[in-house]
Ligand binder design. Structure first.
Ligand code: HEM
Length: 224
C-alpha cells in the first residue's frame, strides 16, 4: 500500500516493542500485500468471503480469548498488558449476526493447528502469548482502514459487522499507543522476549495462510 508503506518508520519505537516490530516487519510487508488484504482494501471482497473469514476468526478466538484470560491469571506480565478490550469473540458473534450468517462453520486445518499451538504455549509459557496479542492488536491499525472500505462496499450501515476489524473505534490511536507503552514496561528477559517474537511470527504466518486458504476455497467454488 503506497500510502501506508512508510508507517514502520513513521514513529519512534523502542525497547521490547522495537524488537517485535523489527522482527516482524518483513512479515507485515508480506501480509499487507497479500491477495485477501488487497481485495479487502479495494472493496472487492464479497460478503460471503468476509463472512468466511470472520467464521475462521470465530474458531480462532474461541480458543485464543480464554487462553489469554487464563494466561493473565497465571502470569502477572500478561495480566499487566491484557484487558477485556482484547477479547474478540463477542464482537465476532455480533458481526456474523449482522451479516446474517449461518454460523462459523468448520475451522480450516491452519486454524485448528494454531489453536493447538496456543494451548501448548499457554501451558509451556503463558507470557509468550503476548506475542500473539501483539499481532492481534497491531493488526487493528490496518483493519480499521479495511473496515472503512468494507462499510462502503457492504452497505450494511456504520455500526454493523465491523466489531472484529475495528474493535476500538475512535479510541484506536489511544489504545495502540497505550499498548506499545505497556509492551515496553513488561519485565520479560531476553529468552522470554524471543518466545514472544516467535509467537508473533507464527501469528502473522497463520493470518496469511488463512487469507490464502479462504481465497482458494472461493476459487474452487467459482470453478465449479
Ligand atoms: C491491507 C492490510 C494492512 C494495512 C493497510 C496495514 C496497515 C498498518 C498500519 C498503518 C500500521 C501502523 C500503525 C501505527 O503504528 O501507527 C500497522 C501496524 C501493524 N500491523 Fe498492519 N496493516 C495491514 C495488514 C496487517 C495484517 C494482515 C497484520 C497481521 C495479521 C498486521 C499486523 C500489524 C502489526 C502487528 C502492527 C504493529 C507494528 C508496530 O509494532 O508498529 N497488519 N499496520
Amino acid at each position: 500500500m503506497a500510502e501506508h508503506g512508510h508507517h514502520h518508520g513513521a514513529s519512534k519505537a523502542t525497547g521490547f516493542h522495537l524488537k517485535l516490530r523489527e522482527g516482524t516487519q518483513s512479515l507485515h510487508d508480506q501480509a499487507e500485500s497479500g491477495n485477501f488484504q488487497v481485495r479487502m482494501v479495494s472493496g472487492e471482497l464479497a460478503r460471503i468471503e468476509f463472512s468466511a473469514f470472520l467464521g475462521q476468526m470465530h474458531s480462532l478466538h474461541t480458543v485464543l480469548d480464554p487462553a489469554l484470560q487464563d494466561a493473565a491469571s497465571r502470569d502477572p506480565r500478561v495480566a499487566q498488558i491484557f484487558d477485556e478490550s482484547h477479547l474478540r469473540l463477542g464482537r465476532i458473534n455480533q458481526d456474523l449476526a449482522d451479516l446474517q450468517c449461518d454460523g462459523p462453520g468448520e475451522p480450516l486445518p491452519s486454524i485448528a493447528e494454531f489453536n493447538q499451538y496456543v494451548n501448548r504455549k499457554l501451558k509451556e509459557s503463558p507470557s509468550s502469548l503476548i506475542g500473539v496479542l501483539y499481532v492481534k492488536e497491531g493488526a487493528t491499525n490496518g483493519n480499521k482502514f479495511i473496515a472503512k472500505k468494507l462499510r462502503e462496499t457492504l452497505g450494511l450501515g456504520e455500526d454493523k459487522a465491523m466489531g472484529y476489524l475495528d474493535p476500538h473505534g475512535k479510541d484506536q490511536r489511544r489504545c495502540w499507543n497505550a499498548f506499545k507503552e505497556q509492551l515496553n514496561e513488561l519485565e520479560l528477559d531476553q529468552a522470554e522476549q524471543e518466545e514472544c517474537l516467535d509467537a508473533a511470527k507464527e501469528t502473522f504466518k497463520l493470518m496469511m495462510t488463512v487469507s490464502q486458504e479462504i481465497d482458494a476455497t472461493k476459487q474452487s467454488v467459482t470453478a465449479g
